[in-house]
Design a protein around this ligand. Structure first.
Ligand SMILES: Cc1cc2nc3c(=O)[nH]c(=O)nc-3n(C[C@H](O)[C@H](O)[C@H](O)COP(=O)(O)O)c2cc1C
Length: 188
């Protein structure tokens, strides 16, 4: 049994996934973790959209990648959209992508999505499933395809996608970064 701290420290951003889909029981646990995230004023307003349609995830991932633009710091062998312009989808071909939306009619919509995202990533880690937080959800769903998806999913224009979490079995583990110093300020 891993402690919460062990799971927190074990989680890494995963950018290379096995193509096979995760098991339904695993996905169910991850969704349950998402549903139990804290939320401002107990609104429980976050909508959790799970997409396992590879073609749709590829198209949305390409839109997200194009919004990011070409690699800014090209480095051979580093799998990251910031380092490799050859990566076509910003979702790194993960077989499941979870999109978190919240309506823009209250001040903590972004925070609600972020804490939900963290629950998803930690539960995935507990199950030895890789995950990564992807930015630019808002702009991705301003595209024509994004708007069409939202209409299909019953999300009106007040909803914004604040977090995107691709998940899947890990093909290549993420690098462990040392913790920077002087980030804790104690005032006793
Ligand atoms: C708000 C946020 C946005 C991020 N956006 C991206 C992204 O768009 N693409 C990506 O490859 N990684 C993204 N990441 C992952 C970070 O690059 C990663 O968390 C960081 O390098 C530390 O590595 P670790 O998660 O393995 O500890 C994002 C992380 C956060 C928290």
């Amino acid at each position: 049994m891993n402690t919460v701290l062990e799971i927190i420290k074990k989680r890494r951003s995963i950018r290379v996934y096995e193509p096979d889909q995760i098991k339904k029981e695993e996905l169910d646990n991850i969704i349950e973790a998402a549903l139990w995230a804290p939320c401002a004023g107990n609104r429980q307003a976050v909508k959790i959209v799970v997409v396992q349609n590879q073609d749709l995830n590829s198209q949305l991932g390409k839109i997200n990648r194009d919004i990011f633009g070409p690699a800014r710091n090209p480095q051979k062998g580093v799998v990251n959209i910031a380092n490799d312009s050859q990566i076509v989808s910003a979702f790194y071909k993960a077989p499941t992508v979870i999109y978190l939306f919240a309506p823009d009619n209250y001040p903590n919509a972004i925070q609600d999505c972020c804490v939900t995202a963290q629950n998803i990533m930690l539960e995935a880690t507990e199950l030895n499933i890789g995950s990564i937080y992807i930015a630019r959800g808002e702009e991705t769903f301003k595209s024509e395809l994004g708007k069409a998806c939202m209409a299909k999913w019953g999300l009106d224009e007040s909803y914004q996608c604040h977090s995107i979490i691709p998940i899947g079995y890990i093909k290549k583990h993420g690098m462990v970064h040392d913790r920077k110093e002087n980030r804790v300020i104690m005032d006793e």
